[in-house]
Design a protein around this ligand. Structure first.
Ligand code: BGC
Length: 352
């Protein structure tokens, strides 16, 4: 599926080619990335092509092969499944292509050259901190949800959230409502990857709104009266947050809930304005796109891209450029998203 082509000037020695592979068109988050890539490339002299993998590692590999056949020099890829994508990028490396892992780290392979990312541990910490700052009283039931275990970010988000929430679970501010694995680990502030995996195994949404709905319904059906009332919900991203919010919002035994999110998706901004989602973590995709393209251009120009740190992917330390994130709620939604020209006020109802 060919989604975008840059203008691609011919004749000059600077004619270059960058392939971009994104995980799915079904989530507004990645459509937003596509849009921002297109905006950034509008006046570019570089030829680019964006392909979507539609939640399939096989399709992703096919996309990479398509781009290799078109002679790309740099591949920017957000993997559907971080480990399964190894085969696709190994094929790219064999062709001498430089691989940039985009937003999600490709794991267990040495075929990744660079990683551009948001500070994902900080995303989770911001979600957890928001629940702490806004919960009232003691013994507040806490419902935990996480992303897909095939996505390294899901571990980082949960790790960040757990670090701040755990002391508040230990001191009785929160009571874990829906994960026996989390309860078993409630005295440990630092969790190993295996321990995180055990909790994720119980509370994953797989990044699927439908799975989030099913889990939330099951959890509420099984919850005793003392786990209802005024509650807090750690939801990993906006798509799942809206689904979980709809389920909890329709249970008459839930008096109020605080719920996190991430991505600043338009639908969730409307939910925040309407009081149905408490916060989102705004990850300015414009920055990620310009970092990724800046890196690609450096590589094409024979320069070494600048990096700010490294992430271990299970096999090697991948040089990384990391971007900060911003917490958005009703108080600052206008300033952060409208005044910054990320969205237009006319896209929302009831914005003050
Ligand atoms: C991204 C999030 C996104 C999630 C589901 C994560 O890897 O960092 O922004 O919501 O995947 O697609």
């Amino acid at each position: 599926m060919l989604a975008a082509c840059g203008s691609g000037k011919t004749g000059g020695s600077s004619k270059v080619s960058v392939g971009i592979v994104l995980p799915t068109k079904d989530e507004p988050r990645w459509v937003q990335d596509e849009k921002r890539f297109k905006d950034a490339l509008a006046d570019s002299k570089y030829t680019t092509e964006i392909l979507f993998s539609q939640g399939s590692s096989a399709k992703e590999k096919e996309n990479v092969e398509t781009l290799l056949n078109k002679g790309i020099k740099v591949l920017i890829i957000a993997p559907h499944d971080g480990a399964a994508a190894g085969a696709a990028v190994e094929a790219a490396k064999k062709e001498g292509v430089t691989v940039i892992s985009y937003d999600r780290l490709i794991t267990e392979t040495d075929a990744v050259d660079y990683y551009v990312t948001f500070d994902s541990v900080a995303v989770g910490a911001a979600q957890g901190q928001y629940l702490i700052d806004n919960a009232k009283g003691k013994n507040v039931p806490l419902y935990l949800y996480a992303g897909a275990a095939s996505d390294n970010n899901a571990f980082l988000f949960f790790e960040g959230a757990w670090k701040v929430l755990q002391p508040k679970i230990a001191d009785g501010t929160f009571v874990i409502a829906n994960s026996s694995e989390a309860v078993a680990l409630k005295d440990k502030k630092e969790l190993t990857r295996d321990q995180l995996g055990k909790i994720l195994g119980q509370v994953t949404t797989n990044w699927e709104p439908s799975e989030a709905i099913n889990k939330a319904q099951t959890h509420l059906t099984g919850a005793a009266a003392n786990l209802k009332g005024d509650i807090a919900i750690l939801a990993p991203n906006d798509g799942t947050a809206r689904s979980i919010s709809d389920v909890f919002g329709s249970d008459s035994d839930i008096s109020s809930f605080i719920i996190s999110g991430q991505d600043a998706e338009k639908a969730s901004i409307q939910y925040i304005i309407d009081g149905k989602q408490s916060m989102t973590v705004f990850k300015d995709v414009r920055t990620l796109v310009s970092d990724a393209m800046g890196m690609a251009i450096d590589i094409l120009d024979g320069k070494t891209p600048s990096t700010t740190g490294a992430y271990n992917n299970g096999k090697i330390d991948v040089k990384a450029k990391q971007t900060n994130v911003i917490v958005v709620d009703q108080e600052n939604v206008k300033k952060e998203l409208i005044d910054s020209k990320y969205y237009e006020a006319s896209e929302f109802k009831g914005l003050k």
